[in-house]
Design a protein around this ligand. Structure first.
Ligand SMILES: [Zn+2]
Length: 152
């Protein structure tokens, strides 16, 4: 659906191609820091991108016409940076993936679904700002201090 995204390492600036679906968490090849994993999925690649993710996934169900979705978008993007190596963010455009919307029983957007493997942990609907979203995720997925190597 979408090709590899180029992500700049926040530690050393190295630019790396990050694939949507991968066995391992993306890391900077230069300094080893875990990289932001923010991608999109549709019905065809949802299993590979979300369900087979090696780390928990936050699915962002959104649509281009949805105003509250534009509040959530920068918050999930920021969270994917803060939680690099621990949380993958997968955006699903419900206009393009009605089958996924149906499968998850999404009635209103934005809806955020936290998944581990193919299992849903929890979900929240509505325009959460960054602080609210960070707290919501923190309560369900405590940050592990060992994941992120210290910045040298
Ligand atoms: Zn680096």
């Amino acid at each position: 659906m979408n090709g590899p995204q180029v992500v700049a390492c926040p530690n050393c600036g190295q630019k790396t191609r990050v694939r949507s679906a991968a066995q391992g968490v993306p890391h900077c090849p230069k300094c080893g820091r875990a990289l932001q994993w923010l991608t999109e999925a549709g019905a065809a690649d949802f299993t590979a991108v979300a369900e087979k993710s090696p780390i928990p996934v936050l699915i962002d169900f959104w649509a281009p016409w949805c105003a509250p979705c534009r509040i959530v978008a920068p918050a999930v993007e920021r969270l994917s940076q803060e939680r690099a190596g621990e949380l993958k963010v997968v955006k699903v455009n419900t206009d393009l993936a009605p089958a996924l919307q149906e499968r998850f029983g999404i009635r209103g957007i934005p809806t955020l679904v936290l998944m581990e493997g193919a299992r849903e942990r929890d979900r929240v609907t509505g325009a959460l700002n960054l602080n609210a979203l960070r707290q919501w995720v923190e309560q369900r997925l405590p940050a592990s201090p060992k994941t992120q190597p210290p910045v040298k």
